[in-house]
Ligand binder design. Structure first.
Ligand code: S3P
Length: 175
């Protein structure tokens, strides 16, 4: 019996959405992706929200959307890379959910994020340098997550299995 929502945190490119969707299917839970919910609520893409209203407005929307989802039925929720950095969102996740950090190294993250130009924070001359800075700032905070799982280059199923093993071991949940 799964008693709390499961929230995936980690940097852009860590695989939160793909792994989250598979984790939800494996546990027979509904899946939500915070970025997609924000886009649906705003009727605009993340890039458009950043361009038109700025990052602070995006963070406000992100905080509201995540709070709403975590007040709802138990689900698997993938969050954008900055969500867990927000104090209020982090508190909400700690109170209402089990947080799972998908940790990955710089080369893997860059290989994945360079495939699509959908991340406003990386539309810079030196995206690798930006990602390295984000790792330095964010990894100590992501480390507060309840469960930490390495997201390597292997199959997503292996990451899902590591998460379900950790849930059984740490929470005694049976599914
Ligand atoms: C962001 C990550 C993105 C998205 C936005 C900002 C961040 O989500 O929320 O571009 O601050 O790291 P993904 O981590 O799903 O790419």
């Amino acid at each position: 019996m799964i008693e709390q929502s499961l929230v995936l945190v980690g940097l852009m490119g860590a695989g939160k959405t793909t792994v989250g969707r598979r984790l939800a299917a494996a546990l027979d839970l509904p899946f939500a992706d915070a970025d997609q919910e924000i886009e649906a609520a705003a009727g605009a893409t993340i890039t458009e929200i950043f361009e038109r209203h700025g990052e602070a407005a995006f963070r406000d929307g992100e905080r509201r959307v995540i709070a709403r989802l975590l007040d709802g039925p138990v689900c698997v929720l993938s969050t954008g890379g900055g969500a867990f950095m927000d104090l209020e969102t982090r508190k909400k996740i700690k109170q209402n959910a089990v947080s799972i950090w998908l940790r990955a190294d710089l080369d893997l993250l860059m290989e994945r994020v360079l495939r699509r130009p959908t991340r406003p924070l990386l539309q810079q001359d030196d995206p690798r340098k930006v990602m390295q800075r984000l790792m330095d700032e964010r990894y100590p905070v992501y480390a507060e997550a309840d469960i930490i799982v390495d997201s390597g280059n292997g199959p997503h199923e292996a990451v899902v299995a590591k998460i379900t093993d950790a849930l059984k071991a740490q929470y005694g949940w049976d599914f």
